[in-house]
Ligand binder design. Structure first.
Ligand SMILES: Cc1cc2nc3c(=O)[nH]c(=O)nc-3n(C[C@H](O)[C@H](O)[C@H](O)COP(=O)(O)OP(=O)(O)OC[C@H]3O[C@@H](n4cnc5c(N)ncnc54)[C@H](O)[C@@H]3O)c2cc1C
Length: 802
């Protein structure tokens, strides 16, 4: 490898490592920026005010804080103060806590389905069943998201919050049961959304300890972010915008735990914004409370109309969930969702086991089972054991539930204000199973569940004497919702679905893209306001949505910062504080400097780097300059170039190089191949398999831009090389040292490599190749030496024999 190339690699890696070094952060739960709202000033100014500190919000806030001042207002407390929140086994106990201090705010939809809204930093991710799985490729395409940035954003979250599930006996039995039931193929462990059966990610670590979106605040710049807890937002303030017909958001009113009112304002800069991230119930509710919504509804509550927006609160959807409770004769592990069956009929099958329930729920469930036994006359020893399995004794369920989620419900509802108090729930209607197509999906899902329960693989975990039908009937006795139960539900799966419907808490809509926000999540008809959370979804992504909600927070954070940086302020170097360590190695310092010129961002304030990060960066650079590299290159070779050149003598001294021209990429076909090859390189860098070996906070586009500043060749760089892969190929072309030609077969030598027109002279080396053989040529060059040696000897012997 030549010196130039080595230098180039050094430079390249210096850039990557240097970039990584400047970031610094605080570790959860010891965030210095997490404060009680009672300590907030009466008035303060920020670049971004994010309403809600939930799943999307934490990812968004952490990202935005890397380039601007951010305020997060969360009405709930901290997940790190409550061991019940972080422990996998306490899921149900937390979910059923209806006290005023509960991290859940319960509500019953107009459909008679009991539901819950998170009220805690980290939002749903701090309380949910923890399954982590990405959206399908088609969902991402339909959303119009940039695939590369989507992948990077998922990986960014996964580094801190996603884990491989332990897959113990009960979950494995469900998986094998699904396969027996024909939910194929077996996709093993994957985050991807694929038809068949898979184990997905979970946000619980090996000790059953939850990691939620609040952990993503580890990525935040602690000097640029404030998160106020127990800060309830009442409304967004709007003013008329000079020169624009649209009202402009400029502040937010919130109260702390003592009821004291505070106002947060946006700093005076057109790029600053308020971002609603209060979830699928909170965001449409707050838009209406702020005067944006259907005019009649606002007027009915006496709210001053800022904008008549009839679509706010419309198209609310909740994926219906129906489940079967399966008591087990054998002990089961404590598990939330780990396995999922993704069926072609659009019903997703998931399962959980061994959870502890509070004593009041243990009593409720056992009471319902007893009622069922008495009514059906099925009472027997085994059935009484079922009661015990239901948690009567130790409040931990010996058994589990297998659920079906109806994907993409067509049945939609709406949200309406009941009062102007943001602490009170609005009225919500989801119209579960109103559309026959949704009901059909449920019926198919229930059939799959019945097959799983009856499967050989699952037999260890059910009482063989109890028919599946009896387990289904039992569901009609459990207090799963507040709906009427019909007699026919015991023999009609349609009626069963309708009567036992519950929520899987994946409700979404109310501020949908194309109806309330545009594709950049800006609220239509007003300025400086976006909504970024689950309320913008037209359908729930993946089997379960939280991965995509976090991804969206990160994704939009990146996009908003990019917009900000390309529209705002003066360009400044990211890195320009004390460089005393770095001056010890002048060359590497210069390399670092060049790198940071490329990475310069336009920010309002100078970026400062703490001394520890500086020291680390200097060490990294010096290590590279000393020849140790942590990283690598991925390169592409254009095979069989059609573009060819020539060689000319400069003088008669054989020690001097001749003049050589190769005409790289003169032929458009070669250029096309280079572009294709680079696209593959980009896919590899973005791949999940490769994620361990790259910095997720550096986009591939940024890496390619970086290449343009390196001294890889002596060609001019064109401005469009940052956006055109063709120009990039032309500007950054280097050699792979597989040059050939000059004495080609058929032109200079014959097929026996004899020089045409003279006697007793052959050429045997790479110069006779018409194109470079193999991916790399040396094997064939060696082979050719041996091959021709043999041939020449053979000729010689046969001549001598003659
Ligand atoms: C019980 C349960 C189980 C689930 N299981 C899974 C699962 O296993 N896997 C999965 O992928 N998904 C699961 N989900 C769904 C997933 O958690 C949600 O879809 C996701 O968290 C929604 O994120 P969001 O950012 O839209 O809203 P949220 O995370 O709900 O965030 C909204 C935040 O805004 C705050 N807020 C609301 N109003 C105000 C106000 N006026 N002032 C200040 N703050 C306010 C709320 O307190 C909340 O913290 C589950 C959800 C629940 C509730």
């Amino acid at each position: 490898m030549g010196f130039g190339c080595w230098r180039f690699i050094c430079t390249f890696l210096t850039g990557i490592l240097f970039f990584h070094s400047f970031c610094y952060s605080e570790k959860a739960p010891n965030y210095s920026f997490l404060l009680k709202a009672t300590s907030a000033p009466a008035n303060a100014h920020y670049d971004y005010i994010i309403i809600g500190g939930g799943t999307a919000s934490c990812a968004l806030a952490a990202t935005l804080s890397q380039g601007a001042n951010v305020l997060v207002l969360e009405r709930g407390g901290s997940p790190y103060d409550n061991p019940k929140v972080t422990d996998v086994g306490s899921y149900i106990t937390t979910l059923t806590d209806t006290s005023l201090s509960s991290p859940f705010q319960h509500f019953v939809s107009q459909d008679g389905v009991i539901n819950a809204r998170p009220r805690i930093l980290g939002g749903g991710s701090a309380l949910n069943a923890g399954f982590y799985t990405r959206a399908s490729a088609s969902y991402i395409k339909e959303a119009g998201w940039n695939e590369t940035l989507v992948n990077e954003s998922y990986q960014w979250a996964e580094k801190l919050v996603a884990f491989k599930p332990p897959m113990l006996q009960w979950q494995s039995a469900v998986r094998d049961g699904l396969l027996e039931a024909g939910v194929l193929p077996d996709n093993g462990f994957t985050y991807d959304h694929l038809y068949g059966t898979k184990a997905g990610g979970i946000i619980f670590d090996k000790d059953g300890h939850r990691h939620c979106a609040a952990d993503l605040l580890e990525y935040a710049d602690p000097t640029k972010i404030k998160v106020y807890l127990h800060a309830t937002v009442h409304n967004i303030l709007f003013k008329s915008n000079n020169g624009s017909p649209k009202p402009q958001a400029y502040g937010v009113i919130f109260t702390d735990a003592l009821g004291t009112k505070h106002t947060a304002y946006l700093n005076n800069n057109l790029m600053n914004e308020i971002i609603l991230s209060a979830g699928a119930i909170g965001s449409p509710q707050l838009l209406m409370l702020s005067g944006i919504g259907p005019v009649e509804e606002l007027q009915a509550q006496g709210i001053k109309v800022v904008l008549d927006q009839p679509m706010v609160g419309q198209d609310m959807a909740d994926n219906p969930m129906n489940f079967v409770f399966v008591p087990s004769p054998n002990p089961v592990e404590v598990s939330l969702i780990q396995v999922v069956g993704i069926t072609k009929s659009d019903s997703y099958i998931e399962a959980a086991s061994g959870l502890s329930i509070g004593s009041s729920w243990a009593q409720k469930i056992s009471g319902s089972i007893l009622k069922f036994l008495l009514k059906t006359g099925l009472a027997s020893e085994v059935l009484l054991e079922m009661v015990l399995a239901a948690g009567n004794v130790n409040k931990t369920i010996r058994g589990g539930v297998i659920v079906q989620k109806t994907n993409g419900p067509i049945s939609k509802g709406n949200l309406k204000l009941l009062s102007t108090n943001p602490n009170l729930n609005p009225s919500v209607t989801f119209n579960y199973y109103k559309e026959p197509e949704d009901l059909k999906k449920c019926v198919d899902g229930m059939k799959t569940i019945m097959s799983v329960i009856s499967s050989e693989a699952f037999s260890k975990f059910r009482y063989g004497q109890i028919p599946v039908q009896a387990l289904m009937e039992l569901m009609l006795y459990l207090p799963v919702n507040m709906r009427k139960k019909h007699l026919s539900a015991s023999f009609s799966l349609e009626q069963f679905c309708i009567d036992t419907v519950t929520t899987i808490w994946h409700y979404h809509g109310g501020c949908q893209v194309g109806k309330v926000v545009d594709t950049n999540y800006r609220v239509l008809g007003v300025d400086a306001l976006r909504v970024i959370d689950g309320s913008t979804f037209n359908s729930s992504p993946g089997t379960n949505p939280q991965a995509t909600v976090m991804m969206l927070g990160r994704y939009m954070g990146q996009k908003i910062l990019q917009e900000r940086l390309s529209n705002n302020g003066k360009p400044q170097l990211l890195f320009f504080t004390s460089h005393s360590h770095i001056q010890s190695n002048k060359e590497s310092y210069m390399l670092g400097k060049r790198y940071f010129k490329i990475w310069s961002w336009k920010t309002d304030q100078p970026f400062t780097v703490p001394p520890e990060a500086m020291a680390e960066a200097a060490e990294t650079i010096n290590a590279i300059a000393n020849g140790t590299i942590k990283g690598g290159l991925i390169l592409e070779k254009v095979i069989g170039p059609l573009s060819t050149g020539h060689l000319e003598l400069q003088n008669t001294n054989p020690n001097d190089n001749p003049s050589v021209t190769f005409n790289y990429f003169k032929e458009p076909k070669d250029l096309k191949r280079c572009v294709k090859g680079l696209s593959t390189v980009i896919d590899v860098i973005n791949s999940y398999a490769f994620s361990k070996f790259r910095y997720s906070n550096m986009t591939v586009q940024a890496l390619t831009k970086l290449m343009l500043s390196f001294p890889v060749n002596m060609r001019p760089r064109h401005a469009n090389a940052t956006i055109s892969l063709k120009q990039f190929c032309i500007d950054t072309v280097v050699i792979i040292w597989h040059y050939h030609g000059g004495c080609q077969v058929g032109k200079v030598v014959d097929r026996d490599y004899k020089v045409v027109g003279v006697v007793a002279l052959r050429v045997i080396d790479g110069s006779m190749f018409l194109r470079s053989p193999g991916t790399n040529p040396q094997a064939t060059v060696m082979m050719l030496g041996r091959y021709m040696g043999e041939k020449i000897l053979h000729e010689r012997y046969s001549h001598e024999r003659k």
